[in-house]
Design a protein around this ligand. Sequence first.
Ligand code: ATP
Length: 500
Amino acid sequence: MAKEIGIGVALAGVVFLAASGYDITLFLLLAIFGAAVWFIRSGAQLGKRFQIIGGNKQDQGNTKVSFEGIGGQEVAKRELLEALEFIVDSERSRKLGIRPLRGILLTGPPGTGKTLLAKAAANHTKSVFVASSGSEFIEMYAGVGAQRVRQLFSTARSSALREGRDSAMIFIDEIEVLGGKRGRHSSHLEYDQTLNQLLVEMDGINPYDDVRLLVMAATNRADLLDPALTRPGRFDRIVRVDLPDRQGRLHILEIHSKGKPFEDNVDLDEIARDTLGFSGAHLENLVNEAAILSMRKGKTTIGQDELREAIDKVIMGERLDRRPTEEEMNRIAHHEVGHGVVSEVLRPGSVSTITVMSRGQALGYTRHSQEEDYHLYTCSYLEEQIAILLAGSVAEELVFGSKSTGSSNDFEQALEISRKLISTGMSEAGIVSVDELPKQIYYETVSSILKAQEQRAGMILESKLSVLKEISAHIIETERIEGEDFRRMLGTEGTCMKAS
Ligand code: ATP
């Protein structure tokens, strides 16, 4: 901003001098000289802006990334390997008259390994890897983004030639920043110009050039991309990089456990089962956190306890010293055990851990485990989920005669699931559009779903009231109880999770 003000003031000064009759030729010459120096310097800096791997100044750690070091993305890896065949065996694809790919788009949630896959692809094809991010192309000044796109492509070509390679891979992370739908940015046309330049550069890729270029891009929001980017001939191969399933999580855990001093009792399969929804980045962090916890305890090895605690740490955040009052603690314990009891009754074997330690925003937490990753949810599964969510507040009401603010997050989730039941036609309102449903009917349907599940949780907890109190008293002392011990106290040990 200071730069813009400076330029403005200097310009106003020059105009004032010219208007006052002074000779400004010298000023103009100086300004032209200054602009030329700035242009050359910024041009030189542009080359440095991009991360180049596979060149002389190699990032040794990154060049080692291979497909074997990426867990749980078998489909994505297979698709990529197939797509890369035209670089690896260009002669064969040329004979078959295959139009080689120009762009591959990797889409999926954050931390699932999109950047890793792109690096592994570059390694596999022995290409120079030039990485950039969508945000690097967005500037206030018109034309700068387009200039950077040109620079990116020419940097990729020149780096490959310098290194004696015949292929280069350009990786653009967060492509939605520069490749968003055109016309959406009302303030200026800079975004559109930058995207147009990218399209022009991609169209100009000739598979039979000295350096074969392949553009890989990653995004979490493929829906925001301009359709011109995803049309055939540009990013026409879209590879989904999803959250890993249980097997994939196990594989990623094994990859990140290599060389770590694990104790004999470590069961990574249990950790994989308990980390539904974790990305590769979460799992890498989990193993690292477990090592940090071991170090804090003065241990030289990492055990199952540290890995279990690391799951809580990754989900909930750092453990806090904040200790609730005795009364609050009593309530938190009954609330959490309430969730646990209903969960065990409805889905035997589902409780993994219950804690009443403050972590992040939470005062307590019940972690559930799931044998399988589901892709479809039935009405009864979702209703059970609501009953489990409401069980915390129901337990508080049963024992203390009142609810507390500690249930607000549970209620939000229960409301969200109720909405899902309605929008998927599984409620008594039938097959309806939630947006067009009159508010009163929506309210009544949600209310009836929630009431029914609240009653269901209430009946279960009333029948288990004495054991609920007993486990709550125990957990106040121990702060944490593992699933097996919980089931033993509840009298349901040995039951395994029902397949749904
Ligand atoms: P973002 O969308 O946020 O840019 P990303 O999908 O590109 O994320 P990466 O940068 O590739 O994710 O992954 C971050 C880190 O997470 C990696 O360095 C690695 O340690 C770990 N990781 C992620 N996915 C995997 C995986 N499938 N196998 C092994 N490690 C993984």
